[in-house]
Design a protein around this ligand. Structure first.
Ligand code: B16
Ligand code: MG
Length: 225
């Protein structure tokens, strides 16, 4: 029997805010200045949802550069990328949230659903604060304490914190690695974005703003307020 849904776990970049653009913009600038290479747009998907250093490794692998620099230089490049990324998001406020985010968070609260942040980003807490949505979150998974996506741990950690079963939880993700993580955690996966890329999700919407509340009511189940 399927349990009622009690917890929604949100990815951040590409789901709540458009910060995936700033992440990739920062990587492009760093790689251009170090290797004089224009990183192709197709590489972006490989960097989504995965940690800072894994993103760098994916980009380097795409250009067969993974063995061309030392671990120390990789760490320096990752540090520089984060400094640039922080500059790019410095003036973020509520207007940088995708349409419909606040309405969705309010809807879930009215239904007594717990809300967690399951982002790979160490900048997550800063962003949910600057965009004014931190008070909706009951728990933030610390990505530095668990193996990254596509491993299930970021999502499983949130369920464990509330002592919930996986089938009481829903994950919302825009990245292939993130959908894989949610499904490996045996949770219900809502994909946001490209239908072909996110084909392993249980359901896919174009954006958070297009998630149908009638569908959510059915998914959540009865007796939730
Ligand atoms: P940071 P998400 C992920 O966030 C991004 O999609 C990914 O591109 C980034 O490398 C990762 O966070 C780490 O971010 O460098 O800020 O720690 O999509 O899981 O919310
Ligand atoms: Mg994402």
């Amino acid at each position: 029997m399927n349990h009622q849904k009690k917890l929604f776990i949100f990815d951040l970049d590409g789901v709540l805010a458009s910060t995936s653009d700033e992440h990739f913009q920062a990587w492009k600038a760093i790689i251009k200045s170090r290797f004089n290479i224009e990183v192709a747009d197709e590489v972006e998907e490989k960097t989504k949802g995965v940690s800072r250093i894994d993103s760098l490794n994916k980009i380097l692998e795409s250009y067969h550069l993974e063995d061309s620099i030392t671990q120390q230089e990789k760490e320096e490049l990752a540090y520089k990328k984060n400094e640039l990324y922080k500059e790019l998001i410095e003036n973020f406020d509520q207007s940088n949230l995708f349409n419909g985010v606040i309405e969705l968070l309010q809807f879930l609260k009215q239904k007594n659903i717990l809300i967690a942040l399951g982002s790979a980003s160490k900048n997550g807490p800063t962003i949910i604060k600057s965009t004014g949505i931190d008070s909706y979150f009951d728990y933030i998974v610390d990505p530095s304490l668990v193996p990254g996506k596509p491993n299930p741990d970021i999502f499983s950690k949130a369920a464990e914190y509330f002592k919930l079963q996986p089938d009481e939880c829903v994950g919302i993700e825009d990245a292939v690695s993130g959908i894989q993580a949610i499904k490996s955690a045996n949770m219900y996966a809502i994909g946001i974005g490209n239908e072909k890329l996110l084909k392993n999700a249980d359901i896919i919407f174009d954006s958070v703003g297009s998630i149908d509340f009638k569908f959510l009511e059915q998914l959540i189940g009865d007796n939730n307020g």
